[in-house]
Design a protein around this ligand. Structure first.
Ligand SMILES: [Zn+2]
Length: 267
């Protein structure tokens, strides 16, 4: 309900929240009411694309970030009906065609509005091949158009929507590797992972660089991620809050975390 949406925004403003997360279940009217109220308070709103909106409409309404590349699907597919997958039926195999002029126009609007996109493309090779090929092409086009990308953590994965989280690929590293599969260079993908989140949050003068005066939050790797993005996971040591966690100490923390998780699972 639009009035309820406005009221909730006002309540959250009073609680001094930093941003609103948009849910895909919002109706168009409720979303637009929330957007209007949020803009009045200069409160950023990020998140999913509401079902009744196109990504361009959400961008024009001021949504700051849109999560999941699927949000581009309906404005980019030549035949949006081809995106529908019958439950239970074997997925079709023919490629999903892109209406390039329409897609590029949509991407230009996102760039003009400064809308960020979190593709959540997941690790290389994941998902239904035709959907993946389509999504990879959209990520490539979005990046080429100048849309600012962000690393995500909730690629849907096989069975994710059924609650089988173990099969989902849920780390930003997977996402960055997926972006390289889409055609970004490892350096571009690392910028997405390291610099863009700091810029989004307006803390680019504190994070995103190794330089005097910046926060010392960084990882030391055993191999060059510019040669192979997979090397970004070969972490040797961590510097967190300016404190060095060396390899041995890091391993002890990981081991005890794993043991604690097992303990919880058995209970
Ligand atoms: Zn999500």
């Amino acid at each position: 309900m639009p009035d309820e949406g406005r009221e909730i925004v006002n309540r959250l403003v009073a609680q001094r929240v930093h941003l609103l997360k948009i849910h895909n279940g919002l109706s168009r009217e409720t979303f637009l009411a929330i957007a209007e109220e949020a803009k009045r308070w200069r409160l950023p709103f990020d998140g999913h694309l509401p079902a009744g909106m196109t990504i361009v409409e959400a961008s024009e309404a001021g949504q700051r970030t849109v999560e999941h590349v699927g949000a581009l699907g309906p404005v980019c597919a030549s035949n949006p009906a081809a995106l529908q997958q019958g439950r239970g039926a074997p997925p079709p195999t023919e490629p999903i065609e892109i209406d390039r002029p329409r897609c590029e126009e949509a991407l230009r609007r996102l760039v003009r509005n400064g809308t960020w996109l979190t593709p959540t493309i997941g690790a290389p090779g994941q998902g239904i091949p035709r959907t993946r090929a389509f999504n990879l092409a959209l990520v490539r086009m979005a990046f080429a158009a100048g849309v600012r990308l962000l690393p995500g953590t909730d690629w849907p994965g096989g069975g994710y929507w059924r609650g089988q989280y173990a099969t989902a690929s849920r780390t930003p590293w997977d996402d960055l590797a997926g972006m390289v599969e889409a055609g970004l260079t490892p350096a571009d993908a690392l910028r997405v992972g390291i610099v863009n989140p700091a810029r989004l949050l307006g803390i680019q003068h504190q994070l995103g660089r190794v330089e005097a005066g910046y926060l010392a939050d960084l990882v030391l790797l055993d191999a060059d991620p510019l040669l192979d993005i997979a090397n970004a996971t070969r972490i040797s040591a961590v510097v967190a809050n300016g404190r060095l966690v060396d390899a041995a100490q890091r391993q002890r923390i990981l081991d005890s975390e794993l043991a604690a998780q097992k303990g919880t699972a058995q209970r």
